[in-house]
Design a protein around this ligand. Structure first.
Ligand code: TUI
Length: 307
């Protein structure tokens, strides 16, 4: 898309990012999305640096298009993942779950585009001031770790507060959502949940089925009391989490319940004990396909992005 600032910044065809879903967004999925013309993004999640390096190398072997890596700032391996990303010189870094200010100069010096997720105007302005290339305004319709505001409320306020381009995330699954975000002033979108059911996504079959069969009200937010709210598909684990929170569970008890739960969902497909992170839009995800088919289906009919 000529003249779109996100496409020009990254050298990509469509201003569509694949959200960095911990455990799910690996080198294979990221490469498939980048090959389809979007920006694939490898999720650093809580993985050690060398695992992230392996995924970067896999992506490099599968595509010559730009792709990104997301740094999850709560990760115990944050610093080593950052070192790996600097060494491997990926095209772009997105960050989540925290303020990346102290790392921005190093990314910029390495020629890596920096695109933080911002849940507020204050952080968006700060990121612009220290040289971020764009920001992602992620509303709390999104899956996984979420901020306080919805996409509808957050995006126009961030757009009005900064001059750098804004990518909208949270609650988008078809061209109507895409166009709503562009109407709010976004110049790109990020989608995660729609890619869980991509053929190239490693999610366990049970995870894919849960997304495909989800109804409008099947997500819930756990962990509000811990200060780290996480949007997931409702299941036995989310119910146990809710009960523990209601009955004054300690942060340690809550953490113990969550430990290993994402792996249980993604790898083992453990319907009862897994944490099936997902955006609220799961109710609209009804069809599988390759990453390319999913991306093209998403933008077909858009007045802002043309195939
Ligand atoms: O990061 C995400 N979503 C995620 S990370 C993740 S891995 C995880 N696993 C288990 C427990 C917790 C996380 C799963 N989903 N989205 C981006 C995002 N970033 N949403 C909200 C924020 C955010 C919040 C506060 C960004 C910056 C921020 O800054 C606070 C500050 O210090 O100013």
């Amino acid at each position: 898309m000529m003249g779109n600032r996100i496409c020009d910044l990254l050298g990509i065809r469509y201003p569509v990012f694949q959200g960095a879903m911990a455990w799910l967004a690996d080198g294979k999925l990221a490469a498939a999305v980048s090959n389809a013309g979007g920006l694939g993004i490898i999720a650093g999640g809580n993985a050690p640096g060398e695992i992230v390096r392996q995924e970067i190398r896999i992506a490099k072997s599968l595509t010559d298009k730009p792709f990104g890596v997301n740094i999850m700032l709560l990760s115990p391996f944050r610093d080593e993942v950052i070192s790996v990303v600097l060494e491997e010189k990926v095209a772009a870094v997105t960050t989540g779950a925290g303020n990346p200010a102290k790392y921005v100069p190093a990314f910029k010096a390495a020629g890596i585009k920096v695109i933080p997720v911002v849940p507020s105007i204050a952080l968006a302005k700060r990121m612009e001031k220290i040289g971020a290339d764009a920001v992602i305004a992620e509303g709390n319709e999104a899956g996984g770790h979420i901020g306080k505001l919805t996409t509808m409320v957050l995006v126009p306020q961030i757009v009005d507060s900064v001059s750098i381009p804004v990518i909208a995330a949270g609650g988008v699954a078809d061209h109507r959502g895409v166009d709503a975000c562009f109407t709010l002033g976004a110049e790109g979108i990020q989608v995660g949940t729609v890619f869980i059911v991509a053929d190239e996504c490693k999610a366990h079959e049970n995870y894919k089925k849960m997304v495909l069969e989800a109804s409008d009200i099947d997500t819930t937010v756990t962990g509000r009391s811990t200060g780290h709210p996480v949007q997931v598909l409702r299941n036995k684990l989310s119910k146990r989490f809710d009960d523990l929170e209601k009955h004054g569970g300690t942060p340690e008890e809550l953490e113990a319940l969550g430990t290993g739960a994402l792996k249980a969902a993604v790898i083992d497909g453990d319907i009862e004990k897994g944490s099936f992170m997902s955006g609220q839009i799961a109710g609209m995800v009804k069809e599988r396909g390759t990453a390319k088919e999913i991306l093209e289906r998403l933008i077909t009919g858009s007045k802002f992005i043309t195939l």
